[in-house]
Ligand binder design. Sequence first.
Ligand code: GUN
Length: 293
Amino acid sequence: MTAERLDGKRVAAEIRQEVAADVAEFVASGGPTPCLAAVLVGEDPASQVYVRNKARACEKAGIDGRTHRLSADVGQTELLRLIAELNADPSVHGILVQLPLPDSSYDERAILDAVDPLKDVDAFSPINVGLLMQGRPRFLPCTPHGIVQLLGRYQLSVAGKRVCVVGRSDIVGKPMAMMLAQRTGTCGPEIANATVTLAHSRTADLGDVCRQADCLIAAVGRPEMITGDMIKPGAVVIDVGINRVGDKLVGDVAYDQACEVASAITPVPGGVGPLTIAMLLHNTLIAAKLQRS
Ligand code: GUN
C-alpha cells in the first residue's frame, strides 16, 4: 500500500483564506481589527522563525500581529509586567508567549497563568483547559484543532474507531485525546466519539498498543520512533513531530516505512505544522469576537 499524503499546507492555506474572509466581515460590521500580541523572550532560532511566520500570517489575514521581543535575561517580573500591560490593553485580543522560555529562571506555569483567559489563544490557561475537559471549549488548542480540521476536511472519520495518541504533553497529546473522545459537535462537526488510548514513552508494549489503532497520532518528540511494524495496515497516521536531525527535519514517524503500511499520512514538513498557525489566526478572531460582546 502507498499511503495518501495528507497535505497540511494546502488545508492550512484554505483555512487561512476562510479566516481572512471572516476577519474582513467582522471588521466591516464595525468590529475592531483583531490583534495578536506574540511575546518572544531570547534568541532561540526556531522560536524566532515561528514568531516571524505568525506575524506574516496575521498580516495576510488582516490581523494586527505585534511582536514583543525581550532579551533572555529580562527576568520573571518584567515579563509578568508586560503580560499585565497586554491584558489591560483593549486593542490586544490575543496573547501568545512563545515557548520554550529560554531558561529555568522563568516559572513557565506562572507566566502562562498570568495571561487573561479571554486572550489565551493558545488555550493553555487552566480555565480554558477545564472548559475543554467539560465539553464546552472557548478556544481549542491550535495543534490538536489543526489535526481535527485536517481529518475533517479529508473526511477521515474517527467515530467509533480506535485512536492512539502517543505523547502526553499539555500542548498536544492531552488535549488531542480529550477532543477525539468528546461528544458530537463539541469540537467541530466531524470529530467525536473516538475510543482513545493515550500512550507515551513509558507505555509497555508500545508497538502492540499502536498496532491496535485505526488512527495513530504521534506527538512524542522523538525522531522516527514510530516504525512501520507499529502501524496497523490501512491506518491513518498523523505525525506531529518536528525533529532536527543533522540538517534535516524528520517527524516522530519513520515516513518511508509508514507509507508502505498506512492508508494516509501527514508528511514532515508540510503536514501538521502549517495548521497550527492557521488555527491560531482562527482563535485570534474568536478572541476579538468574545471581547466585543
Ligand atoms: N512553541 C511550540 N509550539 C507552541 C505553541 O503552540 N504555542 C506557543 N506559545 N509556543 C509554542
